[in-house]
Design a protein around this ligand. Structure first.
Ligand SMILES: C[S@@+](CC[C@H](N)C(=O)[O-])C[C@H]1O[C@@H](n2cnc3c(N)ncnc32)[C@H](O)[C@@H]1O
Length: 267
């Protein structure tokens, strides 16, 4: 067990799904210089968490994939915020996400995060001066929007959809569309990967993957009222053997990706 000083929490306070937040936190805190990605707040938060090494997959592929995903979403979120200075970003399944500290947003812009009770309590503990407004709820319970006023809204689901099932993803999209009129940015796994019961993250935490889609159009079609506006690969920046594998995958599946980020616009 690693021990840290100051405001701290133990990973054992989190359930299996909650513990999946450790992997992206670790990745953001340990991004390689070559990516150009830095997140000092993530490094600080990681230093406040006590965890067993076995709870976090630290292999270079998992770390790099998480960083490529974060960079793609940072770019989309920055552009959206610049076009919606009176808007808000809601991170669905926020974990210990620190995007609010990484990207520049206009004065008056609002940040929200939704997650389960164990994770919200943990976040409050290790980040007591958090400017993000936190909502304690399962994202598949429509009630989480009850006290939100009207504002242009971007819902970000980063590293979340794979832990839901198709009904849960549909509910999330329907709530985002019907209640908030929100744009959505979400990453997804291909169903072939989502079926992988030996993925390093599920092995480390005991959480299970329950959802995958073949592409962003399929994701948009899950609920009426969305169209796929754009899609970004989170795997193509890889080099070496990983790049070879994802390229072969793309050819064999006629253009599908193992993992990507989709931006859905309301229609
Ligand atoms: C892999 S972590 C990603 C955390 C964060 N988005 C990030 O990128 O650092 C998945 C997060 O989704 C949350 N989550 C999973 N299922 C959820 C649900 N039904 N409702 C709310 N949060 C959920 C977990 O508790 C966890 O914090």
């Amino acid at each position: 067990m690693r021990r840290s000083e100051g405001v701290r929490g133990s990973a054992d306070e989190l359930g299996a799904v909650g513990q999946t937040l450790l992997t992206p936190l670790y990745a953001r805190a340990n991004a390689s210089e070559a990516t150009g990605f830095t997140d000092p707040l993530a490094a600080l938060l990681l230093s406040r968490v006590d965890y067993d090494e076995a709870q976090i997959p630290t292999d270079p592929t998992t770390v790099a994939g998480t960083i490529y995903r974060a960079m793609a979403i940072d770019e989309l979120a920055t552009a959206w915020a610049a076009n919606h200075p009176d808007g808000r970003i809601i991170s669905a399944g926020i974990g210990l996400c620190t995007r609010h500290a990484r990207i520049a947003t206009p004065a008056g812009f609002e940040w929200y995060g939704v997650d389960t009770a164990d994770v919200i309590a943990f976040r409050r503990k290790v980040l007591p001066d958090d400017p993000v407004r936190l909502i304690e709820s399962s994202i598949t319970e429509p009630g989480w929007t009850d006290n939100l006023g009207v504002r242009p809204t971007l819902v970000i689901a980063e590293g979340l959809l794979m832990y839901l099932d198709a009904v849960g993803v549909r509910t999330l999209l329907r709530t985002a569309r019907e209640t908030l009129g929100a744009e959505v940015v979400a990453d997804y796994l291909h169903p072939l990967l989502a079926k992988n019961t030996k993925h390093p993250i599920t092995t480390a935490t005991g959480a299970r993957f329950g959802f995958g889609v073949r592409n962003g159009r399929e994701l948009a079609r899950l609920t009426p009222g969305y169209r796929l506006a754009e899609e970004r690969s989170t795997v193509e920046p890889f080099g070496g053997i990983t790049r070879l594998i994802v390229t072969i995958f793309r050819i064999v599946t006629l253009g599908q990706r193992t993992a990507a980020v989709a931006r859905l616009e309301p229609v």
